[in-house]
Design a protein around this ligand. Structure first.
Ligand SMILES: [Zn+2]
Length: 152
């Protein structure tokens, strides 16, 4: 698959290869479904599995503001609810560069503390970070001393 904007990434290797730019485009498309009548800040996310499945999400606000949900967690919860627990990357798109909030970083770290996070750079080109760059010390299942068998 060709990289949008000419930017390649590890997601282009192997089965289910998806270029960073293409994953970011999926996030941008998902943002069009955002329900954001209060903030008007429309965000989309696209979460890629190793098999090439892409789960998208958008932010969903509520008149009771605190109930609003981020695009990243919508995508993550959709994926997990459909049986996916391993992820290769997440792309997030908003009106401008839109890094995941702390809550979403923690939620994603549960599944991969080093997950690549694809954002739109200042020039619109995909900019790839890793979750452990964005969240230095996540609280992980190991901190609970829980067995791993439930997680995979
Ligand atoms: Zn968030």
């Amino acid at each position: 698959m060709a990289a949008a904007g000419g930017t390649a990434g590890p997601a282009e290797d192997g089965p289910g290869a998806v270029a960073w730019g293409d994953l970011l485009a999926r996030a941008e498309a998902a943002a069009r479904h955002a329900y954001a009548p209060y903030s008007r800040f429309r965000v989309g996310a696209a979460l890629l599995t190793p098999e090439g499945r892409v789960f998208t999400g958008c932010n969903v606000e509520n008149a009771s503001y605190g109930l609003s949900m981020c695009a990243e967690r919508v995508a993550l919860f959709k994926a997990v609810s459909e049986g996916a627990r391993r992820f290769r990357a997440i792309a997030v798109a908003g009106p401008g560069p839109c890094p995941p909030c702390g809550a979403c970083r923690q939620a994603l770290a549960e599944f991969d503390p080093a997950l690549p996070v694809v954002l739109a750079g200042a020039d619109g080109e995909p900019a790839v970070h890793t979750l452990n760059q964005l969240l230095a010390m996540p609280f992980l299942p190991a901190h609970l001393g829980e067995p791993e068998d439930e997680r995979r």
